[in-house]
Design a protein around this ligand. Structure first.
Ligand SMILES: NC(=O)c1ccc[n+]([C@@H]2O[C@H](COP(=O)([O-])OP(=O)(O)OC[C@H]3O[C@@H](n4cnc5c(N)ncnc54)[C@H](O)[C@@H]3O)[C@@H](O)[C@H]2O)c1
Length: 256
């Protein structure tokens, strides 16, 4: 899809991988709607990105806030063409820790944001995309880009909830692509390795160095702009569909 004058909804777009994707979309001629529950940061990011960006206060787990924001995007920009799902959380806890079993609520929270929040957003965006006139000779009406993690495949100690949520995102990619093919909507998922986002930038060497050691090449963490490059390729390449793509420098995560 040519992004010129297209509207791209990015959850978690206030920070990290989502923010980098927003920057690249705007450079490619698109308009960005940032859906983030961090209202202050979302507005600061939209201001930084300029007049092609707008911020919306959204919790992806809350249907009402999503419905309201989607209605507002459609009213303001006329349509939704692309949905990039980057909103996510990753607190770690062992299944059985020193203080006892992992709190069930903690497990549910991670799955609720990462998996249910992704599906909640994409189903409502797809509803809008299906109303678009086709944008190319294939009949394409929309593109969805989800974010899983390499933890979907090789989750580490303490990552049961995070891995369950991200494996769910990877696993639902093909059936969603099958569901939405008749509507002219493609869906792919990116499974990032370890990236330099606000979360990792502050980490001390004793955390960063063992992670970098697990990367094959290049021996460093990923840059958010490299995530954005792949997200843009998925939006722009009409034959990418139904696939989860690792973006990880060849990393295979060890148990810890
Ligand atoms: N950074 C990495 O190394 C890495 C690796 C693999 C996967 N990921 C995944 O990539 C995605 C983006 O990660 P990041 O590093 O950019 O993180 P980040 O913390 O910089 O950004 C995540 C954004 O999501 C928002 N958010 C969280 N919960 C939300 C909710 N319920 N509703 C709306 N917004 C919400 C946060 O406010 C934040 O702005 C996440 O899904 C994460 O699991 C990141």
């Amino acid at each position: 899809m040519d992004l010129t004058d297209k509207t791209v909804v990015i959850t978690g777009g206030a920070s990290g991988l989502g923010k980098a994707t927003a920057e690249h979309v705007i450079k490619a001629g698109g308009t960005v709607a940032i859906f983030d529950r961090n209202e202050e940061l979302a507005h600061a990011t939209a201001k930084e990105l300029g007049q092609s960006a707008a911020a919306f206060n959204v919790d992806v787990t809350d249907e009402d806030s999503l419905q309201a924001a989607i209605a507002s995007v459609v009213e303001t920009f006329g349509a939704i063409h692309v949905n990039v799902n980057c909103a996510g959380i990753g607190p770690a806890a062992r299944t059985l820790g020193k203080a006892g079993p992992m709190a069930f609520e903690a497990f549910k929270l991670v799955v609720n944001v990462n998996l249910f929040g992704t599906f909640n957003t994409l189903r409502l965006c797809a509803e809008q995309m299906a109303k678009n006139d086709p944008v190319n000779e294939d009949g394409e009406r929309g593109v969805i880009v989800n974010t899983a993690s390499v933890a979907a495949f090789d989750g580490q100690i303490g990552q049961a909830a995070y891995t369950a949520s991200k494996a769910g995102v990877a696993g639902m990619t093909l059936p969603i692509a099958r569901d939405l093919g008749r509507n002219g909507i493609r869906v792919c998922t990116i499974a990032p390795g370890i990236f330099e986002t606000p979360m990792m930038l502050g980490a001390p060497d004793q955390i960063r160095l063992p992670l970098i050691d697990m990367v094959q090449f290049p021996k460093r963490l990923g840059n958010a702009s490299e995530f954005a490059l792949l997200a843009l390729q998925i939006m722009q390449n009409p034959y990418l569909n139904g696939e989860t793509i690792r973006l990880d420098g060849g990393i295979r995560m060890q148990p810890r």
